[in-house]
Design a protein around this ligand. Sequence first.
Ligand SMILES: Nc1ncnc2c1ncn2[C@@H]1O[C@H](COP(=O)(O)OP(=O)(O)OP(=O)(O)O)[C@@H](O)[C@H]1O
Ligand SMILES: [Mg+2]
Length: 481
Amino acid sequence: MRRSIATRLVVMFALAALATFSLIGAALYQVLERELTRHQDDDLNTNVQNMRYSIERVGDTERWARVQAKMDTLTPADGRVRFWVLSDDPRFQYGKGLDEFDRIVQTPDGHGTISLPQHHQRFRTLAQRIEPLGERPAVRLIVGVDAAPFAHTLRAFLSALPVLSLSAMLLVMLLGYWIARVGLHPLQRLSREAQALRPKTLSQRLQVARLPVELSDLATAFNGALGRLEDAYQQLEAFNADVAHELRTPLANLIGGTQVALSRPRSAAQFQEALQSNLEELERLRSIINDMLFLARADQGEAATGLVEVVVADEVATTIEFFEFILDETGSAVDVQGDLPARAAINVALFRRALSNLLQNAIEHSEPGARLGVRLAERAGLVWVSVANPGAPIAALHLPRLFDRFYRVDAARHDDGAHHGHGLGLAIVKAVAAMHGGSVAARSEAGVTTVGFSVRAAAPGAPDPLASGAALRPRVAGAVR
Ligand SMILES: Nc1ncnc2c1ncn2[C@@H]1O[C@H](COP(=O)(O)OP(=O)(O)OP(=O)(O)O)[C@@H](O)[C@H]1O
Ligand SMILES: [Mg+2]
């Protein structure tokens, strides 16, 4: 069952109150009992001292009569204080209730209690022996104070205690409920604010400043999550817009080309030409869609599979070979330098694809006859592969966004048809790097643009999987790192 915080607080308040009141009650009871007893004992002492003084000095029956009279006067009508004198000589005997003599005789010296069931009375007593004098034998003087009023007071206190404790507990529960309601108010406000959030109001944040300390951490964390959601949502929206935009151009070309071809009778050769041009546009569409699917898979955190440990410089050389023709055409050349022995466990096809994208960009953005450079560097467990080309500098504000999907520094250049890139090349480089546990970097200074990516380096001393003909699975590559 789900319990509310308010209920829990109220129950805890109630238990705490009950425990506190019970402890205080028990302590007060003890104090009261001790004080009442002390009060009775004081009363007894005074009376005993008083009578003892008189009896000690009496040794004959004549004066004994005076002592008895004194005791008579000291005995109040309500019988709250009683005197008894016990002696072997009946002449020197005194006291009411001597019919319950047996009980009175048993009273010990010093403090004690007597109960006289026939008289329905209980007394707290003080008994003392008094030495004989003259005719008078030794006697025992017993003074009793009625214990009933004190017992009554204690009983009244004891019966009031639970009633008081329970009412106090009820009061504390009511107050506790109110306190909990007031104390939890910010939480209710917070949940109302959170409930009001909609995808369209994702830029709204919970108001942390007005919250108590305990809740502000929660709200800050929630705001952080909202921020990330908003970013992702905006990215998704921008991405959708980009996709629509990118697909519209080839589709418009297809429709336009087809309409023109159909506008009047054509020869078979003309239709063939039109179909050929349509095919190019369709292939362009397919390549965009394939790239997008690849990026979507990489986005879901898919790691590269089919990893093979290679000397990176060898792979670089093989990839450059594919560009030989175009390099010859532009009269450009590529130098490879840096940590040539560096090794890495890679998916060869993905690695070549990433490096090709970089080389394509470098060739596109440099003058014919330029010297391009591929630099290898192994550091912090990563092998960096960077491609540098001389060319117009890229403004610093573009650098961090180069790897975004569909991002082109000069969008106009794309639309004039001179450039056929669709802005996914570097996004793919970034995805390939991520699939190999690496990252990307771009720099443009002193007329040289350098764009690079990294892959996880092979663990030093790891057995060469090529030697045994086995390919490293990514899980293994992660473990040996
Ligand atoms: N070597 C470079 N020199 C200058 N600008 C570059 C260089 N490499 C990339 N860029 C800029 O970065 C943008 C993004 O590059 P990216 O490779 O992602 O897309 P693209 O080359 O336009 O298209 P695609 O590679 O998909 O055919 C390019 O449009 C270009 O403006
Ligand atoms: Mg490119």
